[in-house]
Design a protein around this ligand. Sequence first.
Ligand SMILES: Cc1cc2nc3c(=O)[nH]c(=O)nc-3n(C[C@H](O)[C@H](O)[C@H](O)COP(=O)(O)O)c2cc1C
Length: 309
Amino acid sequence: MNEALHLNLAGIPLTNPVILLSGCVGFGEELATLDGFDFASIGALCLKGTTLEPRLGNPPPRLAETPCGLLNAIGLQNPGARFVIDRILPRLAHLPTRLIANIAGSTIDDYAAVARLFDDSPVDGIEINISCPNVKEGGAAFGADPRTAAQVVAAVRQATTKPIITKLSPNVTDIRPIATAAIEAGTDALSAINTLMGMAVDSTTRRPILGNRQGGLSGPAIKPVALLKVWQLHQVAAPHGIPIIGQGGIASTEDAIEFLVVGASAIGIGTALFRNPLLGGEIATGIALYLEKHQIAHVTALTGTLNNA
Ligand SMILES: Cc1cc2nc3c(=O)[nH]c(=O)nc-3n(C[C@H](O)[C@H](O)[C@H](O)COP(=O)(O)O)c2cc1C
């Protein structure tokens, strides 16, 4: 336990600022079987996107590797909120880390209904995914317009007293008005970025590689885009005291520090976990060493310290 890494993220007390991202750790069950994985080494675990009804997801193939990136079109496969709460959460609730639900829906009422179910569960916070590029209805459609984004956030705000985090899409011309709308509607924190829309094509068959034709790009390839969006978000979120979970391509301690410097209070790791599932703990240790080396007393002192900004 390193006190210099402790932080209160919009009401969620974290032992360190490292969060394992939704869709990249399932519901934590595989991590639990890994040699050397320690849940206490990470600040929080974000659960797979959960909808009101179970979803089978998109037709395969659902993954395609690209240079420095990964395209996915899972399509929010999940067993439904009731199953997650009744059957999966009881197995996770004892873990020495914080749990964040990640919710999605096809209608505003769906989001509110899932939030209401999670409100009566042991999760520490609820992340609203209004940025999934891989479903036909809902998802990113809500996050592309400040008015609909605000409606979803306001409906979830009504449905729960738990901290809410709004996860934003980079697939917009300007992310700032969406963030402002989410803040005014009552979000406690922001999370960015979700994946960038992309496509992969097989030149021999001239067919799309993904069953869904299009997918979401993640991994190191998207880091420069993510850094810019987090920096822009910090400009509108900081005056309201709203923290940001920075993410998109983080694969090392240096990457994590860059996100903190442009304005993130916590950082998320997703795609890089497929190569090294222990990376979260390693980056938390790396951040602690960086603070020591640069004689910075606490991780919160790094947020938004970009020089020459
Ligand atoms: C296979 C896969 C599944 C994902 N599923 C979800 C999801 O269910 N809900 C969500 O909000 N984000 C989901 N994401 C997005 C990640 O949580 C993360 O925001 C994004 O991948 C950027 O971070 P990264 O580059 O570190 O992976 C998924 C990403 C991947 C690669």
